[in-house]
Design a protein around this ligand. Structure first.
Ligand code: ADP
Length: 792
């Protein structure tokens, strides 16, 4: 569990930092290789992790944002344009109001003038009107309508100017619906009426076709009649609805009554009786709305009835269309600005309507470009953030996966291991028990978890001389691992006590805070059993090895003995043969049974030959036929011998140093015989060291010298006297009291049989040095072995 925690921690902390801690390589060569620098590459890699749908989302957002920003930008531009438009509309309105007031003032002046001077001459009136229209071009004409009673009609008709012979009379136009006076055939003499208000003077002079108006009883006209009546009653200036004049222009008629008395009576009914005439001023609407300064040619200016009207169409009384036609793109994309401005004149029931189609010139590519770039940057940033989020989420998922995997491993391990594992928190309450812990403690895990650990597990210490601290508490206090004391016994209730061993380790969280401890322990009974068995098996092997070594040693000893006997016996046997041969020659001179003597002596010779052959065969058998040639590791042989001689060395106060060359080549030999040689050299060295007082020193060193595998045994013993050196390897040569003098002889013949060499010398610093050299293993050795087997 603890290892698992550690692994989890290292995993979660190391993983994100691994990338972030990667040093930024200075990438001078990157430009040369045309590869993006490290930071850019990392950035591109980050973006590549973004799923397609996120890219699509970012793209759509980019387009939407661009459109929104472009619209917003253009809305601001259009708003500025609208302000200019409003200013223009206000100017037009002010101009209109001032012209209306001028018209009213002119009319008022004229009416007052005619009221005071009823007999005002036509010329003066005409000049006045002419001057006014010259100054104010919007004035179309001015007219005086005298009140003509029925009895005054004929006198008045006779006084009319005869500019148009066809109309020197007070007349009506039965079809005189508004705007239809051009039809000359419609004029008829007015029937008898109590009073007439005929059109008298038109100044400036009207167009030719309008001359027919002279004598026209305006009171009977459908358009002017009601307005005249209204003006008579109100005493104020009244205005007609717009009408189209004979020249095609739209005009308005201002009407004001002239009273006999000044001021006129207050009662409207009485006022009408006091009327002596009326003045009419006709203004061109076009002229009213006409501007003296250059205006936007896209403006459409008009008049509309103020207040409610049945239909918008009826509301609009005049509309001057703009000179420039808007393009279909403008109509489709851009708004039409409109301003309806009430005219601040009480009798003027119209409002000014100004309209303008916003031109396509307000569409600015720079705004569009800026919107694309700005929103593109925003969306790119958003994509980067999304990619970072995706990466973070993926890392988190990976980490969680790893965590679960590690947890799975840890749980399976904890279930499977033979050690008991128990974890506790800092309050020493049990948090977890693995199956082996449950088994050893003999408790129900459901009941154990959450309970104090001392209720679950009782520990005592056999043969303890002093009180032993609780290992879990100690671990939690110190924050470091604690081994269970020796002879720790677990005493489960109603069960045999168990001798256990183990340790308690602290658990730390990511912040290094201690959050519990884990105790791992095991029952030592099976372990001890296994160790005993292993020990026994090892001893058995050792004994077998020794037996084998002794057996081979015996064989070798016998062989050498036989070899020595043969060596010793060959001389006398040869002498016997010589003497026998001499006897035979002596017998040649005497008379005894010569043939019998010869036969006996020949038998004796053949017997002696046979004995020599038997001895020879025995020697050959001992040195060669018992050998088992195999590849041998000399280091291993030395180690085996050291194990065998360990007891002797320990008890003989000798300090042994071994230098075993690692990777030493193998040799081709008989393992047992090689070990026999090593053991013999070791024993001789022990004898030599013990032959002098004090501590002994011995060194065993393996190595490769001139391509031959060597073992050198050095000691600081008595050394080799000069006279001994020559006979060292002779059979039965010994300087020891109970020595046989065969050990080195056997070693010599064994080493030579493997193609090696055994040599000895004295050391300068005292003591002897024996060196065994063997040829290293080669393919030829196997062929040689096969040949020798065939020989046997
Ligand atoms: P043995 O040990 O029975 O005497 P060996 O053939 O093993 O027979 O030894 C022959 C003799 O060589 C020994 O008696 C001893 O005099 C001499 N010898 C062998 N090894 C050493 C040694 N390490 N130091 C001194 N003398 C040695």
């Amino acid at each position: 569990m603890y290892r698992f925690q550690e692994a989890g921690r290292s995993m979660t902390t190391a993983r994100p930092s691994a990338r972030s801690r990667q040093p930024m390589k200075s990438n001078l060569t990157a430009g040369q290789n045309e590869r993006p620098p490290g930071r850019l590459r990392a950035h591109l890699a980050l973006l590549q992790e973004l799923p397609f749908k996120h890219w699509l989302l970012a793209l759509l957002l980019w387009l939407a944002l661009s459109a929104g920003m472009a619209l917003f930008g253009h809305a601001l531009v259009i708003e500025r344009y609208r302000e200019g438009f409003q200013q223009s509309a206000q100017q037009i309105k002010q101009e209109l109001e001032s012209r209306l007031k001028v018209s009213e003032t002119l009319l008022f002046g004229l009416s007052e003038m005619l009221g005071y001077h009823p007999g005002l001459s036509v010329d003066r009136f005409y000049n006045y009107a002419l001057e006014a229209s010259r100054r104010y071009p919007f004035i179309y004409t001015m007219s005086y309508l005298p009140k003509v009673a029925a009895r005054e009609r004929s006198g008045f008709e006779q006084s009319l100017p005869l500019t148009d012979p066809s109309a020197p009379y007070i007349k009506d136009h039965p079809m005189a619906i508004a705007n239809d006076w051009r039809n000359r055939r419609g004029w008829v003499p007015a029937p008898d009426r109590a009073v007439y208000f005929p059109w008298l003077i038109a100044a400036p002079a009207l167009a030719k076709e309008d001359d027919a108006l002279t004598g026209f009883d305006m009171l009977n006209d459908q358009l002017f009649g009601p307005v005249l009546q209204k003006a008579f009653r109100s005493g104020e200036t009244e205005v007609t609805t717009p009408f189209v004049m004979m020249n095609g222009e739209t005009a308005l008629g201002y009407v004001r009554a002239i009273y006999r008395t000044t001021p006129p009576p207050e009662e409207p009914g009485q006022r009408t009786g006091q009327v002596t005439g009326s003045v009419v001023l006709i203004v061109r609407i076009n002229g009213l709305l006409e501007q003296h300064y250059p205006l936007n040619n896209r403006l459409s200016v008009g008049l509309s009835l103020y207040g409610d009207a049945p239909t918008p169409l009826e509301k609009t009384v005049y509309q001057a269309m703009p000179s420039a036609n808007p393009s279909s793109l403008e109509v489709l994309l851009l708004p039409k600005l409109s301003a309806r401005l009430p005219v601040d004149i009480p009798y003027f029931p119209y409002e000014l309507v100004v309209e303008e189609q916003v031109p396509e010139s307000v569409i600015q590519p720079a705004i569009l470009l800026a919107a694309l770039i700005f929103s593109g940057a925003l969306c790119y940033l958003m994509a980067v953030v999304m990619a970072q989020n995706v990466r973070t989420r993926r890392h988190r998922e990976d980490a969680v996966d790893d965590l679960y995997r590690e947890r799975g491993h840890a749980m399976v391990t904890l279930q499977a291991i033979n050690d008991a594992v128990l974890t506790v928190d800092t309050q020493m309450r049990v948090r977890y028990l693995n199956p082996m812990a449950v088994k050893l403690l003999g408790i129900d895990p459901e009941l154990a978890v959450g309970r104090p650990v001392y209720q679950t597990m009782q520990l005592r210490y056999e043969f303890a001389r002093q009180a032993v601290a609780d290992p879990i508490m100690l671990c939690l206090q110190r924050g470091q691992g604690v081994d269970l004391a020796e002879n720790c016994v677990l005493a489960p209730p109603d069960r045999e006590p168990l001798l256990i061993e183990g340790s308690v380790s602290p658990l730390f969280d990511r912040g290094g805070e201690l959050f519990g401890a884990v105790m791992a322990f095991r029952n030592t009974a099976p372990l001890r059993q296994r160790m005993l068995e292993a020990l026994e098996a090892s001893e058995k092997r050792l004994r077998q090895h020794e037996v084998e070594l002794a057996r081979v040693g015996r064989i070798n000893t016998m062989g050498e003995m036989a070899s020595g006997i043969a060596h010793e016996l060959n001389q006398p046997l040869s002498a016997i043969v010589s003497y026998c041969q001499a006897a035979l020659s002596f017998l040649d001179d005497a008379e005894p049974n010569k043939e019998m003597v010869v036969k006996a002596l020949q038998s004796s010779v053949s017997q002696a030959d046979r004995a020599g052959q038997i001895i020879h065969r025995l020697r050959a058998f001992v040195t060669k036929s018992q050998q088992q040639w195999v590849p041998v590791d000399l280091n291993l042989s030395v180690a085996n011998v050291m194990t065998l001689a360990e007891y002797d060395l320990r008890t003989s106060q000798i300090h042994v140093t071994t230098h075993l060359e690692p990777g030493l080549p193998l040799v081709f030999a008989d393992t047992i015989q090689i070990e026999q040689v090593v053991l013999n050299l070791l024993r001789n060295a022990i004898d030599a060291v013990q032959a002098r007082p004090g501590w002994g020193e011995m060194t065993l060193e393996t190595g490769l010298i001139d391509d031959r595998v060597c073992l050198t045994v050095r000691d600081n013993g008595c050394g080799l006297p000069e006279e001994v050196l020559d006979h060292l390897f002779d059979p039965f040569f010994t300087t020891k009291q109970h020595g046989m003098g065969l050990g080195l002889t056997i070693c010599h013949s064994i080493v030579e049989s493997f193609g090696g060499r055994l040599s000895a010398r004295n050391r300068l610093e005292g003591g002897a040095e024996f060196r065994m050299e063997l040829p290293r293993l080669s393919p030829g050795h196997f062929a040689q072995q096969a040949a020798s087997e065939r020989t046997i």
